[in-house]
Design a protein around this ligand. Sequence first.
Ligand SMILES: Cc1cc2nc3c(=O)[nH]c(=O)nc-3n(C[C@H](O)[C@H](O)[C@H](O)COP(=O)(O)OP(=O)(O)OC[C@H]3O[C@@H](n4cnc5c(N)ncnc54)[C@H](O)[C@@H]3O)c2cc1C
Length: 530
Amino acid sequence: MIPPVMARYDAVIVGGGHNGLVHAAYLARAGRKVLVLERRHVLGGAAVTEEVVPGFKFSVCSYVVSLLRPEIIRELDLPRHGLEILPLDGTFTPMPNGDYLWRMNDHARTRREIARHSRLDAEAYDEYALAMVEMARFVKPILDMTPPDPWSLSPRALGRLAFLGRRFRGLADEDRYNQVQLMTMSAVDFLDQWFETDVLKATMSASGIIGTFLGVRSPGTAYVLLHHYMGEIDGAFRSWGLARGGTGAISNAIAAAAREAGVEIRTESPVAKILVRDNQVRGVVSSNGDEIETGYVASSVDPRLTFCRLLDEDLLPDSFMEGVGRYKFRGSSGKVNFALDGLPDFTCLPGTGHHLRGAISISPGVDYMERAYDEAKYGRFSSRPYIDIVIPSLTDPSVAPPGKHVMSCFVQYAPYHLADGSWDEQKERFGDTVVDTIAEHAPNFRNLILHRQVVTPLDLERTWGLSEGNIFQGELSLEQLFFLRPVPGWASYTTPIRGLVMCGSATHPGGGIMGAPGRNAALAVLKGTA
Ligand SMILES: Cc1cc2nc3c(=O)[nH]c(=O)nc-3n(C[C@H](O)[C@H](O)[C@H](O)COP(=O)(O)OP(=O)(O)OC[C@H]3O[C@@H](n4cnc5c(N)ncnc54)[C@H](O)[C@@H]3O)c2cc1C
């Protein structure tokens, strides 16, 4: 028998999603010999471009970028490695009464448009933006820090807590109230304090529910609004963009930077087991039985996969495994991607104008959004879901053949646990629901469809390794953020096993194409604090 291949690396990274790649790049730049093992044939995890139909490049999962930390772009010199972010212009919301709301990147036009619905709201819009920018400024440095353990008396943890306390005291009184309200209120209650226009509140509240199993009226969703506000492009908060070539171009640029720093990357190389002896990592075993020797493993996959599948559970303390067991996934979203023969024509604003170049939000009212959640609570996908539509081929023609388009539809709610039947049985009906919902606003839509790809929460679990289909490797709810993510007492990227570190979206500051978990974990390891 041929003996198993043995090789020695300073670090092995489980998963070639963007966080795993960021982590690898930072370690290699510090001189470590690093190997990334990715299960799929393609890098990027949920940040991936795939040519599902010849000529049409789908950003199959994540589709817009904003949260990617500017320091990662700079330090890894991602533009030189091919990253180009194109701005996404505004949000267009069709309404069933034949009207619409269209917020653009042009401030004066957006004000005029909101004033068409409510003069008061147009005034309040600027005040709201200022308040959110203050909140985002407060939170921004927290994104890049290792969360302190509030129960620890170590000087480092106390120092970090004191830093947070000083920042909080440094806020103006009003901003302090806003911060507490953001932490406790629902997105709609929070927005009610500023606005009166239903369609405006519905569309803005949508970013409070993404990746959660909560409704726009559920307490805690106001914070998720802020999470999505914190992204910046060229220093401007709340700007969203598209990566030229699709979202996978971001992962590919990071991979190129990592390779340049000396990282070895293998695709189609699933890790089957992390080897541990005397509570110290000794290596990994790939699914074909190869053993790779290393004293350090960084897992960029979620805690359920890491601690319940890749490790023998009896290696870990019971109290820790209870924390892992309590960590909530509860996937609530799906995706439907289309190859189109032309552009949808919306009844409320006919033609192929600029309104199709930004996000198109199917969120016509707060009750519509809440009703979509009601159905999910009882195990059904929404019969009229919230849909965030983007047509990237209008901004980046490289993703579709001339005259054709790709259209990406993020859909909520699609509960992982269905009351009746399985996702395999319901998949195409879910796709039909999305088509029917869009066709109510753009009747020509059905005739444009050349191909559709339906991605259910079960597909997210099976193909992308996202347990229960949660898009953020675990719900972005307050009780599992910051020093509570993924397990209270273990938020500093470390684990009870020496040499095993977590570096994916299940760690602080959570999901989204941010790279922050990968970078924070690497810096902590290099500084010797993880
Ligand atoms: C449908 C959807 C839409 C989204 N939309 C957006 C958006 O528009 N904007 C945004 O900012 N964020 C969005 N997100 C969230 C964002 O994409 C993720 O939070 C982020 O990409 C996660 O990156 P990661 O590197 O932490 O983990 P992942 O991307 O989950 O990477 C983990 C990698 O590990 C691999 N893996 C799993 N098991 C093994 C194993 N045993 N051995 C080796 N490899 C393994 C997986 O194949 C995967 O490549 C979306 C996510 C989804 C699913």
